[in-house]
Every structure is written in C-alpha cells, then in structure tokens.
Design a protein around this ligand. Sequence first.
Ligand SMILES: [Zn+2]
Length: 273
Amino acid sequence: MVYSAQCSVVSEEAKKDPDQPPAATQKSQPGSVDNEKNEVLDPISWGYDLYPERRGEKYKPSWKNILFRGEGKETFDKLSCEENVYYCVKNSPLVKLMLGALKSSGCAVNLRRHIACEVCDPSVSGGYDPLLNQVVICQNVARSKGMVQGVLTHEMIHMFDYCRNNLDFKNLDHLACTEIRAANLTHCSFLSAWHQGDASPFRVQQQHQECVKTKAMQSVLAVRSVTEEQARAAVNRVFSRCYADLEPIGRRIRRNSTDMHRAYLEAPFYGYD
Ligand SMILES: [Zn+2]
C-alpha cells in the first residue's frame, strides 16, 4: 500500500473551553507548556516530533532534500494547502457537515484560528492538537483536495469528540475510541478508496471492521509509545461501543455512493446545521 500517512493526536492537555482561545494563541512550546499537573510532556512520546513547527521551529529542508526531493517551497505549499482547505470548506459535504456539527455543539470552527497548514514529518498527513484545539494539515503530505478533505474530516471527528464527549487523550482507551470513530466514519470507506487509490471497496462488514481496527491501531501506534499488543488490546476493549457510534455523520460513507451528500442533507434532522 502506498498510503502510509497517519493522523495523530498531537498532544494532550487539560481540556480547555473551546470558546476561549488558549492563553497561548501562538504556537505552543512543548518544552515550556505550563502544565498544571507538573507532568513533563515528552515531545517524542506525545508525537510532537512529528510536527516540528508546533514547537515554534521553522522547517529547514536540508541540501539533500532540496536536491533530491524538491523541497524548499514551503510558502507555495502553504498557500496551496490553504486553498485546498478553503475549497473543502465551501464544497465538501463531509467537511461542511462536520463544521455544522461542531458549531451546533458549541465549538464553532474559525478557519484562521482552528486550522493550520504546516510542514510535518512525512509519516503523518495531519493531526489534532487538543492543547491549542487546532487541526493540523500536513502541507507537504496532503497535497490534493481529496486528501485534505480526508484529513479535515478525520481530525474534525477528534475535535468533535473533544468538544462533545469529554475526551481524555491521555487515556489509551479514549484515544483508541476516537481513532476507531474516525477510521469508521471516513478512512475505511469512501475516503480511503478515494485517496489511497488502490483500496478495494470494503463492502463486506467483516472487512470493514478489520479495516477500522487496523487503521485505529496504526493511528494509536503512530504517536504513543505503546506496544502493538497494548494498542490492539485498547482497540478491542472499546471496539463495539465506539464502532456503533456514528455521530455526527450518522452513517458509514460507502464508496461510490450518494451517502456523503445524503448525510449532509439530513444533518439538520439530527440537530446539526
Ligand atoms: Zn486520528
């Protein structure tokens, strides 16, 4: 499989009122995060190393990368990423549905404040940073409208869970649950087929469940230093409950179907606008 990019939950902090921008509206400095509980956040075990710009660093491509991988055009990438975000916000039924659901839940999204295009480690395509309540789109990885739509929807499911469901990202079961929901509602159906290119349609329920389990496990492993066994156990512990929870999209999006549009049209019936 070509597609290896993962989403990850960037960091964790005590839940903040989403309407109150965090005290630090600037990029967080994980080393100096004032942590009421006096816990030292290890940047690596919390996935911060995957998002160098989250630490206030400017991404600097090495000579080797400039020569061989064509990097060194971050400004262009950022603009193009922001254009794709804007396009999805205007045109993607899924993204619009998530934005409406967040708004109705009291966590309205302001594009400038809550969505950031950044250069990330090439192993991740996006992330959700609960410390700043921000979705990160990895501009060097998610380069197409389709991928940006996938990342936005996936990360906004984490944002929704954080807003609505009292999520504690330090709790492995909670993390597994929100990753199961994100994989279930997006990656293992319509979106995966769209941007992985090589995905076979997961029509059979068994296959769909396996896909969700695998994807959720990979997402947990991408940012937490736990063993595969621990990640699998957490996913299995919460699977049936979290797999059945289809809020706020209301249905699994099947490939090549009108589900995505139907979900958006029906959203008002569930109280989302
Ligand atoms: Zn995720």
